[in-house]
Design a protein around this ligand. Structure first.
Ligand code: GRF
Length: 191
């Protein structure tokens, strides 16, 4: 299964996918394209360091054209902060997945991403948070849930320490496993 990964920032989730491909955990899918809306995203450097085609997204139409040229079958949003249009989403119905750093439906929706998610979890005083992999539909963080992994909140946690633990213990574990499972299904012609 040919995979495109959309990024906006540091790309640690992309790195987890690259590592999974190199370690053989991700064997039914191949990351053939990384695209970012942010020309300064370090994630683009990670792609280039691993010989993966990396492009800066100029428009959704241009990106869909590159997807067609590369034969993209699965789109993974990994730390991607732009809201995709319904037209773009329907071009890849049930073929776009996203990783969100909370247990949806908690702490999600428009404008709820990155550190803000962890600030809200700490403000609310929840004892458990985590990450969610879900299909993307036109409602931000609204698509069918694929997988979740819980992470305990510890005394003295700050948004930064919590984000780090959610990334290490949940996101970087959950995303590669979900991408392999979906890639395997698509490769078998399912879904
Ligand atoms: C992090 O806040 C992560 O929790 C979320 O997006 C941000 C950056 O991820 N998924 P990445 O390092 O760019 O993958």
């Amino acid at each position: 299964t040919k995979i495109a990964v959309l990024v906006s920032g540091g790309g640690t989730n992309l790195q987890a996918l690259i590592d999974a491909e190199n370690s053989g955990l991700l064997k039914s899918g191949e990351i053939v394209l990384v695209a970012s809306n942010n020309p300064n995203a370090f994630a683009l450097q990670r792609a280039e360091d691993n010989g993966i085609k990396a492009v800066v997204m100029s428009s959704e139409e241009a990106l869909l054209q590159v997807f067609r040229e590369e034969g993209i079958e699965l789109v993974v949003l990994a730390g991607f902060l732009k809201i995709l249009s319904p037209a773009f989403i329907s071009a890849y119905e049930d073929r776009i997945i996203n990783i969100h750093p909370s247990l949806i439906p908690s702490f999600c929706g428009k404008g709820c991403y990155g550190l803000h998610v962890h600030e809200k979890a700490l403000e609310y005083g929840v004892k458990v948070t985590g990450a969610t992999v879900h299909y993307v539909n036109e409602i931000p963080d609204g698509g069918q849930i694929i997988a979740q992994k819980a992470v305990e909140i510890l005394e003295g946690d700050t948004p930064e320490t919590l984000q780090r633990r959610v990334m290490e213990q949940a996101e970087w574990v959950l995303l590669p496993k979900a991408v392999e499972e979906i890639s395997e299904k698509l490769a078998r012609g399912e879904r």
